[in-house]
Design a protein around this ligand. Structure first.
Ligand code: COA
Length: 183
């Protein structure tokens, strides 16, 4: 484990052509291929926004990234307790963090935390004023990584392979701004 990051030297911004995608490596071949080959095209086609974490001292180097898209989940996929609090429409609007990864150079230093907290904060901001978003959903890719998301309050949907997790938007809002009531 290396030194922990100081938040202030890092920023998170939408992927653009100045970022060095070819150099990114997180140890998961599919995620490396995604950022190198598909992320730019997905942004141009407006199917996702890819947010990258960069160090202000080396702003071309991608320390980590996540993708954020509008999506929906069947009402019946949510646990009964949450489904009861939602209107009885067949599908529930969610923000989907489809991919998230830290560079091998940065793992264990707080990059993953900055990325997931940013994804939650952005989703809460959108939900409040821009678009209906009742929950944030993540695709965890492997069983092993579910524990990372559970640390931030995500819960498993039952019987999904690969694992899929969610956090109600109100829970995320309360975690990010304790003391504030989510209307
Ligand atoms: C999973 C991943 C994003 C974690 O990123 P990271 O930069 O190492 O995470 P951080 O250093 O910010 O760790 C934040 C916290 O999560 C914990 N954590 C990190 N990886 C974890 C894992 N696989 N399981 C459980 N907890 C984990 C850390 O111990 C830390 O806990 P602490 O705050 O109590 O110290 C990173 O290992 C990665 O990119 N892996 C390859 C790609 C991948 O599997 N992506 C996820 C699927 S889309």
């Amino acid at each position: 484990m290396g030194q922990r990051l100081s938040d202030s030297q890092y920023r998170i911004e939408p992927l653009n052509t100045s970022h060095d995608r070819a150099a990114f490596s997180c140890g998961e071949a599919a995620l490396d291929r995604y950022i190198r080959q598909s992320a730019g095209q997905d942004m141009r086609r407006r199917v996702t926004v890819v947010y990258v974490l960069v160090d202000a001292a080396a702003p071309r180097t991608i320390a980590g990234f996540y993708t954020l898209s509008a999506s929906s989940v069947s009402l019946h996929d949510f646990p009964l307790e949450m489904a009861r609090q939602l209107p009885k429409y067949p599908s529930v609007p969610v923000a989907l963090v489809g991919r998230l990864a830290s560079s091998l150079h940065c793992q264990g230093q707080g990059c993953g935390a900055l990325l997931i907290v940013d994804a939650l904060a952005r989703s809460c901001a959108i939900s409040g004023t821009g678009m209906g978003v009742a929950a944030v959903v993540v695709d965890a890719k492997t069983e092993q990584v579910t524990a990372f998301y559970e640390k931030y309050g995500f819960m498993r949907f039952h019987a999904t392979t690969p694992p899929r997790l969610f956090i109600p938007i109100r829970t995320a809002q309360q975690a990010l701004s304790p003391g504030q009531t989510a209307d």
